[in-house]
Design a protein around this ligand. Structure first.
Ligand code: NAD
Length: 297
């Protein structure tokens, strides 16, 4: 019998990740506080729960993919929480990007109830979630990882054991800081080119074969040229991840700089009411700073 799996948090990432678990033959029970997020998965054969507690009490392995630490801690802790409701012997895997202190807090509380816990944040965006190519950065007990590896493999082939609980989210925050800084450097560079009269697609074609290339260039055809700023990865989530990076750096007394510049842009986007848009929307702020006011914004 295939392991029964639950999935809570079926947003831009969780929905396609859960879809891949289901496609690979694992019986799946889903829950999201937004019922519309469950519809396509139920149509594909998942069962819908009416509460997180029902999922926790029903499945052997429960995956969660929620916005951040406050949502994760309020779902896992407390009398109706996942740790309290999971059956001893079963596994809880949190795939959200959170403060390292969150998995460090949850793991021993789960273990005290005989429940296993693994942190497993992901990277690769919505495109990677759909294509099942995500990188998965786990922290915690190796035996727990081996137990859930067949399920994680349906979500992404690159599964790493980084270290103890908290280590996965540490490398995840470092990754997102670098991704954000690369994206902003790319967008500022492109803006200078545009004002110099260069064509965006031409700059993209040249730089992708040159030393300034990075993953950030994918945004040119995905977001900047079509002016598609629907998430994707929301500004408010990147802001949270930069908060995480900055708090880790602060605790360790590493005087970082680029993350603060990147966060200024996320803050400006939040102040402009763009928190629910994709992080590429910051290009429109850079346009305004450069004195361009595109007609469609
Ligand atoms: P999202 O906002 O699209 O989805 C979050 C989902 O969680 C929503 O459907 C929401 O209704 C649900 N939810 C929130 N609180 C809940 C609760 N208490 N009970 C049940 N459901 C609840 O966010 P996302 O983009 O899917 O990101 C999820 C996590 O993955 C975040 O930690 C994010 O930082 C991380 N992440 C996102 C991306 C990306 O490209 N979008 C990439 C890698 C990692």
């Amino acid at each position: 019998m295939a392991t029964t799996v639950g999935f809570i948090g079926l947003g831009n990432m969780g929905n396609p990740m859960a879809g891949n678990v289901l496609k690979n033959g694992f019986p799946l029970m889903v829950y999201d506080k937004n019922p519309a997020a469950m519809v396509n998965l139920v149509a594909a054969g998942a069962s819908a729960a009416t509460s997180p507690r029902q999922v926790a009490a029903s499945v052997e392995v429960l995956l969660t993919c929620l916005p951040g630490s406050p949502e994760v801690e309020s779902l896992y802790l407390g009398p109706e929480g996942l740790i309290e409701c999971a059956r001893p012997g079963n596994v809880l895997v949190d795939m959200s990007s959170v403060l390292p202190s969150t998995p460090r807090k949850l793991e021993p509380l789960a273990q005290a109830r005989g429940v296993q816990f693994l942190e497993a944040p992901v990277s690769g965006g919505v495109t990677g979630a759909r294509a099942a190519t995500l990188a998965i950065m786990t922290g915690g007990d190796e035996a727990v990882l081996e137990r859930v590896r067949p399920i994680l493999r349906t979500i992404g082939p690159n599964i790493y054991r980084v270290g103890p609980a908290g280590a996965g989210n540490t490398v995840k925050a470092i990754n997102n800081m670098m991704s954000s800084v690369n994206a902003l450097a790319m967008m500022e560079g492109m803006m200078v080119g545009i004002k110099a009269g260069l064509d965006l697609a031409t700059m993209h074609a040249i730089i992708k074969d040159s030393s300034g290339a990075s993953n950030a260039l994918a945004r040119v055809h995905r977001a900047l040229i079509p002016r598609n700023f629907e998430p994707g990865f929301k500004v408010q989530l990147m802001n949270k991840d930069l908060d995480t990076f900055n708090s880790i750096a602060r605790e360790l007394h590493v005087p970082v700089s680029f993350s603060n510049v990147a966060q200024r842009y996320q803050q400006a986007a939040l102040a402009a009411g763009l928190g629910e848009k994709d992080t590429s929307v910051i290009f429109t702020l850079i346009e305004r700073l450069a004195g361009l006011h595109p007609p469609r914004d």
